[in-house]
Ligand binder design. Structure first.
Ligand SMILES: Cc1ncc(COP(=O)(O)O)c(C=O)c1O
Length: 394
């Protein structure tokens, strides 16, 4: 039986502990038969088991097979799967639409004092800038720590910690350069200073294993549609359980309160959920979460370490071959800082022409400023990289 036959009907319901060799999972990705997709830092693709789960959910919807209790049980199942994926407890996870949605829960949940400061690296994706800068009218200052050639120098952030620093917020992996931050070290330094650590994990989660409890992260936001290979709009916020009661719940609705299935809708005096469900005002993105469950189960079945190792093999080859062809690879490939993102530039070639040539050959990458960004996931293979190299202009 092929991996496709074996997994298509079953992966949404079971986790098979007997993962296949990693390259056998490529067949599960329809995109691999059509084009060379090296663009996971922008948009991931969907595997067959995810399509199957989505199709089944749509069929149920279309045919009126809606079943409220089953639907709510599904949400709680996905919550547990998402929590397990990052070493959290289910009660520490709330579903969100996207990264700013999650960060705004924190920004409007913490009780700020005028004069508080927030530190962020200076080349963050804007999702991790605006929610903090929006606090200026409360007297909270967002300070940017200069990067060093696109690298986030954790030492420089640590040097800037002082008694006013309430929060540090960083991307685990920088969107433009792929630089991966040592979260453990940063968390320890933040906590020694009485500062909270918030992480935008969108460019790392799905490519690298992460245990939030062991790492000491206080808040983590992620979205579904990049390295997690799920539909858009099915992200989640992790909030360390000790911190949940201390946050203001800024947006409330029927789902924020302890209303159980079948309870009286006209009882308006229910307490807030004691856990992170209090941050969810209403109904969820049903299809997004159906797809997320299937993708997280697939990623879990394959295993975070084999996925990371395969991404390392492929992205290292990309970096080495581009360097050999005279391009400047700006991504830091040190053992502690590499990621699935390889960004490259050239002082003798117009990079928008390079990006155009790649796209014309159906090799999908991103143009980010003066660089082309290549982002390989585990189901890419060496043929994909051969096609990338062959499509580069002379
Ligand atoms: C680091 C980072 N954060 C956030 C986002 C966007 O997140 P969302 O689509 O959930 O708004 C991106 C997208 O490129 C990103 O690279």
């Amino acid at each position: 039986m092929t991996p496709l036959e074996r997994k298509t009907p079953s992966v949404a319901d079971t986790t098979d502990p007997h993962a296949l060799p990693i390259d056998e999972y490529r067949d599960l990705f329809p995109v691999a038969r059509r084009r060379t997709w090296l663009n996971h830092a922008s948009q991931g693709t969907l595997a067959q088991p995810v399509l199957h789960a989505l199709h089944e959910a749509l069929r149920q919807h279309a045919e009126g097979d809606f079943d409220g209790p089953r639907e709510f049980a599904m949400y709680e199942r996905v919550r547990s799967v998402a929590a397990d994926f990052i070493g959290a407890a289910a009660g520490e996870v709330s579903f969100t639409k996207n990264i700013p949605d999650a960060l705004n829960i924190i920004a409007h949940g913490l009780q700020w004092r005028p004069g508080d400061t927030i530190l962020i690296p200076d080349q963050e994706f804007p999702a991790n800038v605006y929610p903090w800068r929006n606090l200026a009218e409360q007297g909270v200052e967002t300070l940017m720590v200069p990067s060093r050639d696109g690298d986030v120098a954790v030492d420089d952030i640590i040097d800037r910690l002082d008694q006013r620093t309430r929060l540090v917020s960083v991307s685990w992996v920088q969107f433009a350069t792929g630089f991966r931050v040592d979260l453990r070290r940063l968390a320890d330094a933040c906590h020694d200073n009485g500062t909270l650590l918030c992480v935008d994990a969108i460019q790392g989660l799905g490519a690298f294993p992460l245990d939030v409890a062991a790492t000491g992260i206080d808040f983590l936001a992620t979205s579904s549609h990049k390295w997690l290979l799920a539909p858009t709009g099915a992200g989640w916020l992790y909030c360390r359980k000790e911190l949940v009661p201390s946050l203001n719940v800024q947006f409330v609705g029927q789902s924020s309160y302890e209303r159980r299935v079948g309870a009286n809708y006209l009882d308006y005096d229910l307490p807030l959920w004691p856990d992170s469900r209090r941050f969810e005002p209403g109904i969820h993105n049903q299809l997004g979460l159906v797809g997320l469950e299937a993708s997280l189960k697939l990623l879990t079945e394959i295993g975070a370490e084999p996925i990371r190792d395969q991404i390392r093999t492929l992205s290292s080859r990309v970096a080495d071959e581009l360097t050999a062809r005279g391009y400047h690879v700006v991504s830091n490939r040190h053992a502690d800082h590499w990621s699935g993102i390889v960004a490259f530039e050239s002082d003798r070639t117009d990079m928008s022409a390079v990006h155009k040539a790649l796209t014309a050959a159906d090799v999908i990458t991103s143009l980010r400023g003066p660089r082309v960004r290549v982002s390989t996931h585990f189901y890419n293979d060496h043929d994909d990289i051969d096609r990338l190299l062959a499509a580069l202009p002379d």
